[in-house]
Every structure is written in C-alpha cells, then in structure tokens.
Design a binder for this molecule. Structure first.
Ligand code: OSB
Ligand code: MG
Length: 390
C-alpha cells in the first residue's frame, strides 16, 4: 500500500488499491440539541442525524449526510438523501472494486445534484480508506495543521441579553470568533450592541439568504462594525447580485449556500461575488469537491474556513480533518460536542482548548472511536444496501 500524501494522489486513482464494498448501511438517529438553534430560515430543537456506514475489508467507514428534515437551507432533506442513497447512489458502488476517491466520485457524478447524499458516501469511503492505509484522515488528504482554530455560530435569541450572555460564555471558553445569525429585524442593533460590548473580537454575521439587493443600503450599514465577513446575505443561486453587493460594501462577503461545487466557486471568484468562502464538505458533495475548492481558493489567495451543519461527532471529525488543510486560515464553525448535545456518538468527544483550537487526531481513520452501542440504541430507521439487494 502506497502512502498518500498529496491531494492529487486522491484525484488520480493510481496509488489506491481497489476494494469491494460489501454493503452500505444507512441509519437515522435523533439527537436532541441542548438548546434550540434559530436562523433566518427556521428553528430546530433536535437533529435527525443521517449516518452512513460502508462495510468493506472487514472494516467500517463512517460518514454523515448533513441534510436537514425540511428543505430550507438546501433543497435536499433527510428523506431525499435516503431515497437517493438507497435507490441510486448506494447501488452504483456495488459493481466491482472502488479504485480511489476519483472512481467513487465518478460513479456518483452521472446523478444530478444531491450533493449531501453523495458526500455521505464519500466521507464513509475516506474513513475506510484511511483505515486501510493506516493513516489519519487528515494526513491522507494532505492536512498540515496539528490544531484547527474554531469559532462559534450563535443562533437568533429571544432577547438581546440572552445573546450577550452567550457571546460572553463562548469567549470565556476560548472560541476565537463569534458569528451572529441575522435576519431583518435582528441585525444592525444587535450587531452594534455586541460590537460596542466587545470592540476587539473577531465578529461576523450570517444571514442565510434573508435579504435581497433592494436591501443594499441597509446591508451597507454593516460596514460600521468592523466585521470579518457577512455570510450569504442574498439568494443561494444569485452570484451576480452578490457581486454587485460586494462592489458596494467594504465588509467581505463570504459565500456558503451559493458554493455547491468547484464550478460555482470558480464563477464566484471570477465575478467578484465574495472574498471569502465557507467550505462545507456536505454541501459541496464530499472530499473530491472540497479539496478542489480548497486548491482553487489557495491559488487565488482567497481565505477559506470550514462551515458546520450541527453535525454529530462523525461529521465533526470529518470537518476537523478537512480544516487541517493549509488553506483553512480562518476559524471554522467547529464547536465542542458539549455545545450541541448531552452525549455525542464518538469517543473522545470533541473538545475546544482554552486557546480556541481543536486538536487534529493522529490515530488512523477518523481518529475517534464510534459508539456503535449508542448508535444502535438510538437508531430509528435503518437500511442495508448490498450486492444481493441491488
Ligand atoms: O449557515 O452556517 C450555516 C447550521 C445549520 C445550517 C446552516 C448553518 C449552520 C450554522 C451552524 O451556522 C454551525 C455549526 O455547526 O455550529
Ligand atoms: Mg452559513
């Protein structure tokens, strides 16, 4: 087995010994959130977590589909991803050995869209490949950082004092950047107050597409608050309006929902739609696209950071591996397990050190042990796709 050290090794298939997939297991488990999470598009108090487990070589590789129950952040849902994996994507992996990430991505690429479903399979495959290669996932993809810097994404709160209490709490815990969710009616006054209280902190805002270009004058007032970025102010599919808005604002626009793959990233950079990109491995379809976007941004000197989707420990472990790549220079939305859940499904749980960093694990594979007993106990729905069932 050759060691993989360069991202390019993953994209051309040669160095990887192929292995046959014995089966794809998909499960839904529900994890209650410690407190509700509210954004401009809605509020949730639990996460229906979609786990993917690839069985091969006597090993299990774990991935997570980051889709939500309702099509609000993306058109994908837990239900659509279940259908896609069960009926199309899972069966596409059953014929012959998989010969690398490129091979896997190719088998899925003829199916249009549904990146979150595809990513679940890519993640599980990469965990498995890292175990087969006896390498940490971060090393397998060419990660450099030993620690990754993290920030926290704070949802819309019932009152401003409740928000200020949370800002203080996470700053005390060491988080390096505070991101405030905003929407019309919960924006300028809130940001002004947080900035007045903490004149020096790294502060950003995320609108999750709550505005239109008609709000340009309103949005320009965000320039008064020395923000690191304003994330996804406008519609998910509107690179052109984002480019117009970026022209009018000093604050850097960061795109999240708009960047569903490397082509959108390239178009956004060419149009000037943003100056920063949030890479979410689930939203872009997995490692193959995430690595390509990372490389593209690195060559264009565009800073990137790792976004989050309130994942379980399994998705979070993949985010940590991704964020270890050199181009991830801004704090990611990777919080401690205890920030979201009473009990996570990995051991050890993800913790954030007092300096606002998370350690990149050095064990082979994901670098965390998956708590199969807990997953088993929490499983609400399960399906097994194998050569026999397809
Ligand atoms: O826009 O970044 C977002 C959570 C769900 C959906 C979209 C977003 C978010 C977050 C949470 O901001 C980040 C986290 O996982 O802590
Ligand atoms: Mg966002």
């Amino acid at each position: 087995m050759q060691r993989l050290s360069k991202i390019s090794d993953l994209q051309n298939d040669e160095p990887v010994r192929g292995f046959k997939i014995d089966g794809v297991e998909i499960r839904l488990i529900r994890l209650p959130l410690k407190e509700p999470f509210e954004t401009s598009f809605g509020k949730i108090d639990s996460r229906l977590i979609f786990l993917v487990c690839l069985h091969a070589e006597g090993l299990r590789g774990w991935g997570e589909v980051v889709a939500s129950e309702k099509p609000l952040y993306s058109y994908e849902t837990v239900g659509t991803a279940f259908h896609l994996i069960k009926d199309f994507l899972g069966p596409a992996l059953m014929s012959g050995p998989i010969r690398g990430l490129g091979d896997l991505a190719n088998r899925l690429s003829s199916f249009r869209g549904h990146n979150m479903a595809k990513a679940g399979l890519e993640l599980a495959y990469m965990d498995l490949l890292a175990q087969v290669c006896q390498q940490p996932l971060s090393a397998l993809i060419g990660g450099k950082h030993k620690h990754v810097a993290v920030g926290v994404s704070l949802g819309i709160q019932p009152t401003l004092p409740q928000l200020l209490e949370r800002v203080e709490r996470y700053l005390d815990l060491g988080y390096q950047r505070i991101k405030l969710k905003i929407k019309p009616g919960w924006d300028l006054d809130v940001v002004a107050e947080v900035r007045r209280t903490y004149p020096k902190i790294l502060l950003s805002v995320d609108a999750n597409s709550a505005y239109t270009l008609n709000d340009r004058d309103h949005l320009r007032r965000l320039d008064d608050f020395d923000l690191l970025m304003v994330e996804q102010p406008l519609q998910n599919d509107d690179l052109l309006d984002h480019a117009k808005l970026q022209q009018l604002m000093n604050t850097s626009i960061c795109l999240d929902e708009s960047i569903v793959g490397q082509r959108q990233a390239a178009a956004a950079l060419e149009l000037g739609s943003c100056r920063i990109i949030n890479i979410k491995i689930g939203r872009v379809g997995g490692y193959s696209e995430a690595l390509a976007i990372h490389d593209l941004c690195a060559s264009s000197e565009i800073p990137v950071w790792c976004g989050g989707m309130l994942e379980s420990g399994i998705g979070r472990a993949h985010n940590i591996a991704l964020a270890s790549l050199k181009g991830f220079t801004l704090p990611g939305d990777i919080s401690a397990s205890s920030r979201y859940f009473e009990r996570d499904i990995i051991h050890p749980e993800v913790t954030v050190a007092a300096d606002g960093t998370v350690v990149v694990p050095e064990k082979p594979g994901l670098g965390f042990d998956v708590d199969l007993d807990l997953i088993e106990a929490l499983t609400e729905t399960r399906e097994y796709i194998s050569p026999e069932t397809t």
